[in-house]
Design a binder for this molecule. Structure first.
Ligand SMILES: CC(C)(COP(=O)(O)OP(=O)(O)OC[C@H]1O[C@@H](n2cnc3c(N)ncnc32)[C@H](O)[C@@H]1OP(=O)(O)O)[C@@H](O)C(=O)NCCC(=O)NCCS
Length: 188
């Protein structure tokens, strides 16, 4: 596991490791996060060795891929990750000062004015449960809202629903259901 055993955690909670993602439901955000409402301030994060980063500068894609793999996402071609990031509108990652590695990440794609979808929400297992996931989502949502983008959606694995709900995301809002293209279900 990435970084295991090399340092002590700067927050309170025990380490929790999650299993791979298998199913998703569409979630839509109906809540306006504000900078005042951040659970952990930028300053507090920094004082605990976590640096917020909003560009891909200094982001080592192999290290990011390692975090994806550590949470159960499939290992991806870093060249493709690079292209995906080039087509990303909002991005936030947290660097752990001691190791200079990414320990939390989320990004959003969209049309820049109306709609956005949040992707690749991950926290390194060693750092889960200390508030980094919440810190990243609050700020990505806030950045989108500041741009006037209010239709914010994401896919959630069922056992992560409880993480997203307090952050303002609801399932099937007004009965609207998400659909994804499935080649195997397509009628010939
Ligand atoms: C889901 C994930 C991003 C959460 O990040 P995290 O840093 O561990 O979560 P936080 O410490 O910020 O937790 C914030 C709150 O959500 C709660 N929470 C975290 N994971 C939860 C879960 N799976 N179900 C319900 N609540 C959860 C925490 O208890 C905490 O509650 P509190 O604010 O009342 O104290 C992280 O566990 C992860 O990377 N998981 C593997 C990848 C994944 O599933 N990504 C989501 C793709 S759908």
């Amino acid at each position: 596991m990435l970084l295991q055993g090399k340092f002590t955690l700067p927050f309170r909670s025990p380490i929790r490791i999650r299993t791979p993602i298998t199913h998703h439901r569409i979630h839509k955000c109906s809540f306006a996060a504000t900078k005042q409402s951040y659970a952990i301030s930028d300053e507090e994060l920094q004082s605990r060795g976590f640096i917020l980063r909003r560009t891909t500068e200094d982001l080592n894609l192999d290290h990011l891929n390692s975090v994806f793999v550590a949470v159960g996402f499939p290992k991806r071609d870093t060249d493709k990750i690079k292209v995906a990031l080039e087509h990303t509108d909002s991005l936030l990652w947290i660097e752990y000062e001691t190791t200079k590695r990414p320990v939390a990440f989320a990004r959003a794609t969209g049309d820049g004015v109306f709609n956005a979808i949040i992707w690749d929400v991950v926290v390194d297992p060693t750092f889960q449960g200390v508030g980094l996931g919440k810190a990243v989502i609050e700020r990505v949502v806030d950045e989108l809202l500041e741009k006037g983008i209010t239709n914010i959606a994401l896919y959630s694995e069922p056992r992560v629903l409880g993480f997203y709900r307090p952050l303002g995301f609801v399932s099937d809002p007004d009965g609207i259901r998400g659909m994804v293209y499935s080649r195997k279900n397509k009628k010939r």
